[in-house]
Design a protein around this ligand. Sequence first.
Ligand SMILES: CC(C)(COP(=O)(O)OP(=O)(O)OC[C@H]1O[C@@H](n2cnc3c(N)ncnc32)[C@H](O)[C@@H]1OP(=O)(O)O)[C@@H](O)C(=O)NCCC(=O)NCCS
Length: 166
Amino acid sequence: MPTSAQGSRLVIRPMERDDLAAIHNINTDCLTISLRDHYSKEQLKAWMKDQTLEGYWNRHEAGEDFLVAARNGLVVGYCSWQGAQLTALFVSPHIQRKGIGSALVKACETRAKQKITWLKALLGASDFYEAFGFVIDREGHDVKRGVKIPHVVMRREGKSASDDGE
Ligand SMILES: CC(C)(COP(=O)(O)OP(=O)(O)OC[C@H]1O[C@@H](n2cnc3c(N)ncnc32)[C@H](O)[C@@H]1OP(=O)(O)O)[C@@H](O)C(=O)NCCC(=O)NCCS
């Protein structure tokens, strides 16, 4: 699915096994760079310990759909969804604010079998999602390695977030 993000050719395609290392690096970079002003060192450390290369593939095999965005052959972002939930969206901090996150959301919306109606926005990301019609529903958190990781549940027209297990 070639598209254009500020002039460069961006290919958005399903994740392959060979993409796992790139995805993991993007995730780690986002945690250490983009999210350091929003989460404590303790939270980020627990979160990173919780991430493994195989973890992404296991989620995929359990039914979560993943797309990657590649620019000039390099994976620079990824997103995932399951049912009506957008479950992840990460763009390399070195290449953010160039339309890649928006292109990934649009690609999810095109490919998802049902309308994506809710997500858990990481702290600092809710303004980004408002442009896609999501509004803040409530605060929530996940627990990783015994540490609370806060997020903001956002939803848009369709089913209530609570209908999908949140
Ligand atoms: C949130 C994220 C995916 C956005 O990706 P991106 O490629 O930078 O987004 P885009 O370039 O498509 O942004 C489009 C618009 O959204 C808004 N926007 C993007 N990131 C934003 C942010 N962090 N805060 C507020 N507004 C933001 C801006 O209006 C932007 O347009 P502009 O650059 O012309 O001002 C990226 O910042 C990221 O990976 N962050 C770290 C991980 C994260 O928080 N992911 C969300 C998980 S729920």
